[in-house]
Design a protein around this ligand. Structure first.
Ligand SMILES: Nc1nc2c(ncn2[C@@H]2O[C@H](COP(=O)(O)OP(=O)(O)OP(=O)(O)O)[C@@H](O)[C@H]2O)c(=O)[nH]1
Ligand SMILES: [Mg+2]
Length: 699
């Protein structure tokens, strides 16, 4: 049996933990160039030289202070879970700040390895690091790696195996003389009393001095605490006095910082000529976060993206449509039984085809989001929008979950964890759904393609997305003034360096998401289409069919025949299970100018937005009035739906609940199903009222 090694990847945000996990274990974790990409622990496993290596990629954290939800995930894992080694990932170009966490990790008393990541960038910046000397000074194995270039990965793996097999090394960690004296006193006392401790005496002493609540909790009930308590208290007073600080936490932080500075001075050199050049990042920023041009430039990028979604996306769309048509004809032709043929062709192939058709558009949208995420531009836009967001009671940090929402609401709800203030986070959660997710894109493309002139289709798309986002902000303000009163907190967000998006990274993000979409189409959507086909074909009304068949037999003109056939199909559809439900809810949708088919499609959309397209596909292909010239779904919609109803339909899609899975995640993140209920009521009312207004304006 192979031995299990469990490794926890810990480091500050955006240092490349996830990319390193991917490079070591050939995994496909989400990577992005901004703070707070990983918000939940992710685990991967692989075999190496007879070992089974289990890596846990944790959310980034500046310190172990449990400030926000995702930081809590990390510090709780480190304290409560079982693992063998901490792999501390640090950004070599920002070593001093990164070491703050490193020294804090020492106090966890675990086996540790330091990975100096991004060594490629450090070299480019003229930063020379003597990693062997760091290993020696800290007594912790330290190795240079580049997750991007896959450098140092093999050595890292062999160090992991070595560290696992050898006893834990005590990290060297020297503080000022005054503090060292106090540590010694405490250690001596622990030794005298033969105290049995899980961590080393020195670590325990440091933890008591920094008022670490876990150590206090542990020692609190021990008999020695009665005497030790006064020794610790006296020591703390002494250190505060010595460092001229009111808080021991500040005094100790200062101590750690001084130690780190010492390490840096000894081991890092920056080449002179590199120091003086204006960094590229700053040059680009002069333009992109320009106080006046910054926002227009961002809007221009977004506009361009939606133009592309239409212009490029529609080219392969026709081919895919044609392919599914061909597939339907061929498969259909080979099936004798009429019911089975219809199930396969009108149900599964039409339903899945309608959804797959939009893959090109989805890919373009995902490429746009991947570029935004991987270049470092995302954090800039968050910064640019901070001022505007404040007016709506949010702040720039909300931008990250909101933009993630353009892809899918589920990761967006999760990424709201990066927002520290709970009320700010709640307001953001409630409006994420107003950002139209990728699954809604097919519905928009379908309707915009059918009801707007080609020249303005891209603009209409842009308007839909921006309009949704803008109204989201308005509702944030309303929530701020009602349910979640209070000021939004100011925020400081780190600006990552600009990074050229590598083709591989963008490809991997887009590929993973596209495969997910296709998988969903092949499984979930196919299943839903089947159900919808069934519910719209049964129960069969034999009498009705018979009476029509007789009528059709007697008429001679071909034209009248097809009129009768269509009438029969429509009536059969209306009497099916789905038709009955549709007719029942029709009055609700009537004021919006929608027929029962649109009403039903909206209901099925509560499960997932892609199902809307497949429902429309099934309903409008089974019903009456299908003539030979209008076989694409777009053409059928044009024929059966009026422009104002189409507008109302689009508006509902923009604002009502994202999907069942998203509501589940929303409720979990917000703190209970109760909130899911609020979200349902809020979004339904908003969607309905706005659709009503839109319908009348378009009339
Ligand atoms: N040049 C270079 N870039 C890197 C390297 N490692 C990571 N990156 C980039 O750094 C950014 C952050 O990478 P992630 O792996 O998402 O960082 P993380 O530490 O997991 O971040 P959080 O999950 O937010 O804590 C991405 O843009 C990566 O492409 C590296 O070794 N060299
Ligand atoms: Mg990560």
């Amino acid at each position: 049996m192979s031995k299990n090694i469990k490794i926890a990847l810990v480091g500050q945000p955006n240092v490349g933990k996830s990319l390193l996990t991917n490079s070591i274990g050939n995994a496909k974790l989400h990577v992005g160039n901004f703070t707070g990409v990983t918000v939940e622990k992710e685990e991967i496993e692989f075999e190496y030289n007879g070992y089974s290596i289990h890596m846990v990629d944790l959310p980034g954290t500046y310190m172990l202070n449990e400030y926000s939800l995702e930081e809590k995930v990390t510090s709780q894992f480190l304290r409560d879970d079982e693992y063998d080694i901490i792999l501390n990932v640090v950004d070599s170009t920002n070593l001093e700040r990164n070491l703050q966490l490193t020294t804090e990790l020492f106090t966890l008393d675990k086996k540790m390895i330091i990975a100096l990541n991004m060594i490629d960038e450090a070299e480019k910046d003229g930063i020379e690091i003597n990693s062997n000397y760091i290993s020696e000074l800290l007594n912790v194995d330290t190795i240079k790696v580049s997750a991007l270039k896959k450098e140092g990965i093999e050595q890292l793996l062999s160090i992991i195996i070595k560290t696992y097999n050898q006893p834990k090394k005590e990290p060297k960690f020297v503080l000022s003389e005054a503090v060292e004296e106090e540590i010694e006193k405490i250690v001596a006392y622990l030794q005298e009393n033969n105290f049995s401790s899980q961590s080393s005496y020195r670590t325990l002493a440091i933890n008591l001095l920094r008022e670490d609540k876990y150590s206090y909790r542990m020692i609190h009930d021990e008999p020695i605490w009665i005497e030790l308590q006064s020794i610790v208290r006296e020591a703390i007073e002494h250190i505060k006095l010595h460092n001229d600080e009111d808080l021991i936490s500040d005094a100790m932080a200062e101590e750690f910082m001084a130690f780190n500075k010492g390490i840096i001075t000894e081991t890092v050199r920056v080449k002179q000529e590199k120091q003086e050049k204006i960094p590229l990042t700053q040059k680009i920023d002069n333009l992109l976060i320009h106080p006046i041009w910054g926002i227009p430039i961002f809007l221009f990028f977004m506009w361009g993206l939606f133009q592309l979604t239409f212009d490029i996306g529609s080219i392969p769309m026709d081919w895919i449509d044609a392919f599914f048509g061909w597939l339907g004809d061929n498969v259909g032709g080979s099936i004798e039984n009429e019911d089975i043929r219809s199930l396969i062709v009108d149900g599964v192939i039409a339903g899945v085809g309608a959804v797959v058709m939009f893959v090109p558009n989805i890919i373009i949208l995902f490429i746009g989001i991947a570029l935004l995420e991987s270049t470092g531009y995302m954090s800039r836009v968050a910064y640019l929008l901070d001022g505007i967001f404040h007016k709506f009671g949010l702040h720039g940090q909300s931008f990250i979950p909101l933009i993630t929402g353009f892809g899918c609401s589920i990761p967006a709800y999760m990424s709201a964890r990066i927002i520290k203030n709970d009320r700010d986070r709640m307001v953001t959660l409630f409006i994420i759904g107003f950002m139209s997710c990728g699954a809604r894109l097919p519905v928009y493309v379908l309707f915009v393609g059918a009801f707007f002139a080609p020249a303005i289709q891209g603009d209409v798309m842009f308007a839909i997305y921006m309009g949704g986002a803008f109204l989201g902000l308005v509702f944030a303000k309303i929530l701020r003034l009602t349910a979640f009163r209070g000021e939004s907190e100011p925020f400081v967000m780190e600006m990552p360096k600009y990074r050229m998006p590598t083709l591989k990274l963008v490809w991997h993000t887009v590929y993973t998401k596209t495969v997910m979409y296709l998988k969903k189409a092949g499984t979930f959507i196919a299943g839903a289409s089947l159900l919808i086909w069934f519910a719209s074909n049964y129960p069969k009304n034999i009498d009705l069919s018979d009476s029509y068949t007789k009528k059709i037999e007697v008429v001679t003109s071909q034209e009248k025949k097809s009129v009768l056939e269509n009438e029969l199909n429509e009536k059969l559809l209306e009497q099916s299970y789905l038709g009955r439900v549709g007719k029942f809810i029709e009055p609700v949708f009537e004021p919006l100018g929608m027929d029962w088919k649109m009403g039903v499609a909206l209901q099925t959309g509560l499960v997932a937005k892609e199902v809307i397209v497949s429902t429309l596909g099934v309903l409008y292909s089974l019903g009456g009035d299908v003539d030979e010239n209008s076989n694409s779904l777009m053409q059928r919609l044009q024929k059966h739906i009026s422009f104002p109803s189409a507008v109302a339909f689009i508006i509902i899609i923009m604002f009502y609940l994202p999907c069942l899975a998203a509501v589940t995640v929303f409720s979990r993140e917000a703190g209970g199903w109760k909130y899911g209920g609020y979200l349902f009521i809020m979004t339904s009312v908003i969607a309905y009222v706005l659709a009503f207004v839109g319908y009348h304006l378009a009339l």
